[in-house]
Every structure is written in C-alpha cells, then in structure tokens.
Design a protein around this ligand. Structure first.
Ligand code: NAP
Length: 283
C-alpha cells in the first residue's frame, strides 16, 4: 500500500454510501486526510469508524445538506474556520427521485437540480479561494455517462412534465458543462477541474426509489460493476502525480471520453443561471 496521499486533505460529499464511500475508503488507504461531508452525521461516523478499523487515519465528519444553500455556506464557513488548506474537492453527493414526485428544495429549487448541480456549483465557489491558495489542487465532479434531456430554458421542469430520470440525466449533463466552464476560469491558477463517471452500478443507493423492474434491467446491463470499480477513476484523478495540470476532461475507467455537450455558449449560460440562483434565494 502506498502513501501517495499523505499530507493531502480532501473533502468528499456524499461519502455515506455507494461510490462516495468507496472513494473515501480508497483515498484514506492512500494516506489522505479525509473530510466526510455528509447529510447524516450518524452514517458518516459509521463510515469514519470503518475506515479507522482498517488501520487508516480516522476521517473527520462534517454535516452538510448539499440541496440547501444555507447548509453549504455554513459548512464552508466552518471548514474555513478549521482549516487553512484544501488539496482536493470531490463533488459526489447526488440524488435521483425515482418514483417519487417532483419536489423543491428549501430554497424553492427543483430538488434534483438543487442537489446535483447547484450543490456542486456553490460548494465549489465557497471553497475555491482555499483551493487556489493551496494550489496545486484539484476539483473532481462525479458526473455520469447517463446524460441527456438538457434544456437550459427549463432546467427545473416547469414547462416539461417532470420525469425523475430525465431530471437526473439533465443534472448529470449539467455537471459536465459546469466542469468545462470552471476549468476555463481556472486556467493558470494551478487548480484543475475534471469530470468523471463511475459507470453503471446498481449496488449503490442511487436507485433506491426506482421500480424493481428497472433496477433488475439496469443490473443486467451493468455487468455487476461494483462501487469500488466505480470509485477508481476519481481516486486516480485525485492522487496521480502525473495528472498535475490536467484539466477540463471527462473520464471513465481512467480514459478520456468525448462529451457531446461541449458548447461554450451553453456552458456559460448554465454558469450564469447557477450564479443567479445561488445569489438569489439565500444568505
Ligand atoms: N450508481 C450509478 O449507476 C452511477 C452512475 C453514474 C454516476 N453516478 C454518480 O455517482 C455519484 C454517487 O452515486 P451513488 O450511486 O454512489 O449513489 P448513492 O449510494 O445514493 O450515494 C449518494 C450519496 O449522496 C448523498 N446525498 C444525496 N443527497 C444529498 C444531500 N442533499 N446532501 C448531502 N448528501 C447527499 C447520500 O447521502 P445519504 O446517505 O444521506 O442519502 C449518499 O451519501 C453520484 O454523483 C451519481 O450521480 C452513479
């Protein structure tokens, strides 16, 4: 076991199950100081204890609800109070409504978009000054190969009938767009921004609200891919010294993938919408 992440501090959102939990475990095993940014502190403590039992440094658990702008700002304020350095931010926490109906976040924003897109955007903005001060540093956005239904004029399904998987697919397309807009802004700063997909994995809790038939079909299609396999690319992006300076890429299984959503005008339009929504409904 190497110690390639010794003295590196990472923040990961959504580390209480699935891919995020695996990323946290694998980075802790590489010696990283892991901050588990989780909605449910009890679950976070369980993961932290599990990591400590394996002989790795016990992670710090901090509370955050990434669908709430107040919660994101509170988390960032507390993080900045405690720490002077951040080497890697991994935005991973996401949800899929499955068979549940459309609902809005506490800020009045459709929940899938609020969590999976604005949550990534705002937490990054809040921690960016620290990441820049800590450069070379890295931002990794957990996106998906499952990305479609992008409508920048109806991001919250106000005109279209809400369908959870379409809202989810749109949010994951948005995660890529935001990564390209961010990478452009970060040029020359020593901070990199990349997006990755863990691939289809049905053992996680992402499909907990989907129908059993759908989960069965997806499981056949996934070929039994595990969370550990899905976590690998994010861990590699966070830890490989050869990737210093590599930015603005979309990867699966450590290979760069083409992204059909690359479009500067759309990326900038989404960025502006996120800025407006993040400055609008809170503080
Ligand atoms: N599984 C797949 O097939 C697949 C494929 C492509 C991409 N992905 C991406 O991989 C990432 C991880 O997904 P997963 O499959 O591991 O799903 P998962 O098991 O459901 O894990 C999601 C994590 O996000 C957290 N989370 C959700 N909403 C949150 C909120 N509002 N505030 C804070 N934390 C929140 C969950 O916390 P709780 O424990 O509190 O619910 C959980 O820790 C996601 O970005 C997903 O889009 C997954």
């Amino acid at each position: 076991m190497t110690n390639s992440m010794k003295n590196k501090r990472i923040v990961i959102t959504g580390p209480t199950s699935g891919v995020g939990r695996e990323i946290a475990m694998q980075l802790a095993a590489l010696g990283a100081e892991v901050i588990l940014a989780c909605r449910d502190v009890k679950l976070g403590n369980k993961v932290a204890s599990e990591i400590a039992r394996r002989g790795d440094t016990k992670p710090v658990v901090m509370q955050i609800d990434t669908s709430s702008q107040q919660s994101i700002r509170d988390f960032a304020r507390e993080f900045r109070r405690r720490y002077r350095r951040l080497d890697v931010l991994i935005n991973n926490a996401s949800g899929n409504r499955g068979t549940l109906p459309k609902v809005n976040s506490v800020d009045g924003i459709e929940l899938t978009f609020a969590t999976n897109v604005l949550g990534y955007f705002l937490l990054t903005q809040e921690l960016l000054p620290l990441l820049k001060k800590s450069a070379p540093s890295r931002i990794i956005n957990v996106a998906s190969q499952y990305a479609s239904d992008l409508d920048l004029d109806d991001l919250q399904f106000e005109r279209r009938p809400f369908e959870s998987f379409r809202a989810y697919a749109q949010s994951k397309a948005c995660d890529r767009l935001l990564t390209w807009a961010l990478a452009r802004r970060l040029r020359g700063s020593g901070v990199t921004a990349n997006a990755m997909t863990p691939g289809l994995i049905t053992e996680t809790r992402l499909y907990r609200n989907a129908t059993r038939e759908l989960v069965q079909r997806l499981t056949q299609y996934s070929g039994g891919r595990t969370s550990a396999q899905g976590a690998d690319t994010a861990v590699w992006l966070a830890s490989n010294p050869e990737l210093e300076g590599v930015s603005g890429k979309f990867l699966e299984d450590r290979e760069e993938q083409e992204c059909e959503f690359r479009n500067k005008k759309n990326e900038e339009k989404l960025w502006k919408i996120c800025e407006e929504l993040a400055n609008d409904s809170s503080k």
